[in-house]
Design a protein. Sequence first.
Length: 530
Amino acid sequence: MEANAASKTFFRSAFLLKLRESFVSVLPIVAVISILFFTGVIADFGLPAYISFLICSILIVIGLSLFNIGAEASMSAIGKIIGESLFKKRKIFFVVAMTFIIGVLVTIAEPDLKVTASQIGVDELLLIGMIGVGVGLFVVFGVLRIIFNKNLNIMFICFYGLVFMLAGITNPKFLPICFDSGGVTTGPVTVPFILAFGAGLAASTASNGRSGEDSFGLTALASVGPILTVMVLSLFLDVDSMVYVWSDNPITTYETFEGFWPAFFSSAGEHFLGELGMVGIAIAPTTVFYLIYDLIFIKSRRVRIVRILINMLYAYFGLVIFLAAVNLGFLPVAQEVGKGLGASEGTLGIAILIAAAFGLFGVIAEPAVHVLIRQIETVSEGTVKSLTVGFVMALSVGGGVALAIIRAYYGFSILYYMIPGYIIALGLSFLVPKIYTAMAFDSGGVASGPMASTFVVPFVIGFTYSAHGAESVFENAFGAVAMIALMPLIVVQGMGLYANIKRSINNYMVRKRFHEDDDLIIISFEEANA
């Protein structure tokens, strides 16, 4: 009885803490939308729709809190358990096979991947399957890198070199979707699992003091695979015949409360039931795989398994509430704001500022970002603060979404961003500590999660559709997720470069303090001849 009471007290206090964190995360987006509503920027957005947005914001806070509690003690725990046990088998084929299966399962489980796939118009199962294969293959490459102590920088140069080679023969209309596919794979299901899986595998090898560096990088490599496999898929599709179809959300059309509430509750019920099934299908394969794997290879105590399953339920219902509320209240609002700005003359500057605000505040509300920055602080033993990384990521993502709006307005190729951006990111990887490179590339993938696919992308689509028509959406609106994924690669490594420069200056000052120009210098010829 005492143990149960203590457990309930711990959950209550943890939930209240997460509730406060989630409220602080979502509040800025609510503030921005409120300002736009009351100043009349959202011209065709009535008071009922605004109130539905506020209700959905409260639901998002609750869902985000439940998910964060559950994911930490379920997905992360499963990933670490399997990661630690795999290396002990000492059989490379077994490790490769299990890793590939895990990579495919957690990708198919990713809800925001389905959200993005549904907006493209290609066969969803085919697209998700190809992305799953890409993630599975490249998580395998990441695991082999950890086992054989291979250089992450060199792998990134080789793989991204291949990406840009294939970009030359990929239809420009589909190219932004290819780059986006790498970002949407790393969301609230994939990230906690893969991060903990990499940490567990790195801890089990613990070779040459590299476990901290090797704890990161898997998510980054997992983001490269889908870009390549979707590029290959595009070669077999009739891309030129693809047409984007705009669909209005009925909730945003109500100007008065007459007939609104029945429609709202009906739509809310449909979204909630839909997410129950989608998230259930998403999480079930990973859960079943863990139970079978544990039964055969680990044989954990029943208490441990039950605790993980209970926390998986918290994560499940939290994610259901989160995604249902986002799709019901956030996505239509984002579309309407973008559509309104795209239809007005001389509003590019305002659109850029709003896009930056949505990107900045959206990444703060990303569930997977909170998982990553806590992992960074833990692995770095507190030397890299989670608040610092979160702040830098938010600024960089805001800049990335602003750049996406500029590209959507002027209509130039996404390669004008991708090529110089990755040249800078890969160049920095040779100037900063390796752990910063791994963290930076993981940060890029993590930042482009469900808030990006359900809020930022619809905003850019609405802007592009209203400004240039449906025919330009695929080529100009998509690519926003790729920009969100790119910017943290540069700025997080910039943090590492700053730390390196600061450390060098401090070391120089210390040496100068203890060594004057006229001091005697002892030269060891024996050491020189060695």
